[in-house]
Design a protein around this ligand. Structure first.
Ligand SMILES: *[C@@H]1O[C@H](CO)[C@@H](O)[C@H](O)[C@H]1NC(C)=O
Ligand SMILES: *[C@@H]1O[C@H](CO)[C@@H](O)[C@H](O)[C@H]1NC(C)=O
Length: 432
């Protein structure tokens, strides 16, 4: 035990030295990226409260799709019971978003890209869009609170199943399987915020079994979580010696029952029900990565907290990314801090807690704009998986940062493939 502990400490020291080195990198980018998050200071407030909860099963219960609507009375009861407010005020600004010129452009783009038709091209135009004011502390804190998983208990009886196809009437699967979408709406339904919750990111609470891990390992590992001989692969794409079958990988992240597909399905449904609403999407960790992937797909402003590197799955899924699109225009923001190994993409290697828990969290680059709180430097934190938890982030970082330091953290973009590299050791073979 002692030996283990000292190994762990050595690892932390190594991490910190590595981080100090690594941290110089965003500062080098500062000059180039100063425009990022150059948002005005004030905006239009909107108040949203929890209105609907969707639950979609995945591998184990792929046909489970349920929904619960909450009345005002119910919201108030829930608030009293849980002690957590379910109504939040958020500040937004009239900013710029993009829209694809062609209907079904995304689907076409993905199909063409998947089939390696390199002519796949997307035309887009700027459109006015009500977007979250990220630099407004209260808004950021409230968005983080929306991602906190305290709402609506599984034993609640008011769920109903959606459609015949989903008519399983199954109450199982809540804990092990699937994703949940919490829909917060303003009273006039003009603004909707969807908070995506991947059900059990059990980091810190010990390894969790099952599907979340399976999904994580498919999305964020270099090659099917084939980390070394002691690991069993989550897909059959490993070839040999750091060589991996790219086509096989792309299929492996895009199966119907996997989290990306079911989240897409759920959000699609919500968008159809509220065609006139402005929609934002948010999430923490796996939920954060999913919200940013969905944001990328549908041009929905997305705010992700402590997400693992999502650029790798975004590319494997062939999500649209017009080459000339500046990162800030994507309206995707990643918020995280430097002591969180998942967000920093350093939760890998034989002595990391991710490795020990069976998670191959190997990606580190993020899509869109990344704003990083330097908890290592400014708060003196050590890199520790426990600081990944959203409660820690809200209480010990977001709530106190302005008072302690005044300034908003540094923002940069990982979009440049040369500046941020995922899985550099691996070679990906196409067309075999
Ligand atoms: C669905 O579930 C409810 C509550 O568990 C139960 O009362 C009802 O009989 C079930 N309906 C069917 C068709 O199985
Ligand atoms: C908002 O949407 C919900 C769910 O579709 C609906 O029940 C409600 O009447 C809508 N409210 C307004 C003011 O349109």
């Amino acid at each position: 035990m002692k030996a283990l502990k000292s190994l762990f400490d050595t690892e932390i020291i190594w991490f910190i030295s590595f981080l100090l080195l690594f941290l110089n990198f965003p500062y080098a980018l500062e000059a180039a990226n100063q425009f990022i998050l150059n948002q005005v200071e004030s905006g239009e407030p909107t108040t949203v409260s929890l209105r609907h909860v969707f639950h979609h099963g995945s591998t184990k219960y792929p046909n489970l799709f349920r929904r619960m609507d909450l009345t005002e009375t119910k919201v108030r009861t829930q608030e009293l019971e849980s002690g957590a407010p379910l109504t939040f005020t958020l500040m937004g600004i009239n900013g710029t978003g993009i829209e694809y010129v062609k209907e079904n452009a995304v689907k076409e783009f993905r199909d063409m890209s998947k089939n390696k038709l390199k002519s796949a091209k997307l035309d887009w135009r700027d459109i006015p869009k009500y977007i979250p004011l990220i630099k407004h502390w209260k808004t950021l804190i409230n968005l983080a609170k929306l991602t906190y998983n305290a709402y609506v208990k599984p034993e609640d009886q008011d769920w109903y199943d959606l459609g015949k196809k989903y008519g399983l009437n199954d109450t199982f699967g809540w804990d092990q399987d699937g994703i949940r979408g919490y829909v917060f709406a303003s009273n006039d339904n003009k603004t909707l915020v969807i908070s995506i919750k991947g059900t059990s990111m059990g980091f810190g609470a010990g390894p969790t079994v099952g599907n979340d891990k399976f999904n994580d390992n498919r999305l964020f590992s270099c090659c099917c979580a084939y980390v070394d001989r002691t690991w069993s692969s989550v897909c059959p794409c490993y070839l040999d010696n750091y060589r991996c079958n790219q086509d096989c990988l792309e299929k492996s992240v895009d199966e119907d029952e996997l989290y990306f597909a079911i989240t897409l399905n759920m959000v699609d449904r919500i968008m159809k029900e509220f065609p006139k609403s402005v929609i934002w999407i948010t999430g923490h960790s796996l939920g954060g990565a999913l919200s940013s992937l969905i944001g990328l797909t549908y041009n929905i402003p997305a705010v992700a907290f402590e997400s693992p590197g999502d650029r790798l799955p975004a590319r494997r899924l062939h999500l649209p990314h017009p080459p000339a699109l500046p990162a800030e225009k994507m309206n995707i923001w990643h918020l995280g801090h430097t002591a969180d190994p998942i967000f920093m993409g350093v939760c890998n290697g034989i002595r990391s807690s991710c490795y020990v828990g069976g998670y191959a969290m190997e990606s580190k680059c993020h899509v869109g704009v990344t704003c990083s709180f330097d908890s290592v430097e400014k708060l003196g934190w050590r890199v520790d998986i426990r600081s990944h938890r959203i409660q820690e982030v809200i209480d010990k970082i977001l709530n106190v940062w302005e008072t302690l330091f005044g300034d908003f953290p540094h923002c940069y973009s990982d979009e440049d493939e040369e500046e941020c590299v995922d899985c550099g050791l691996w070679e990906y073979i196409e067309g075999i």
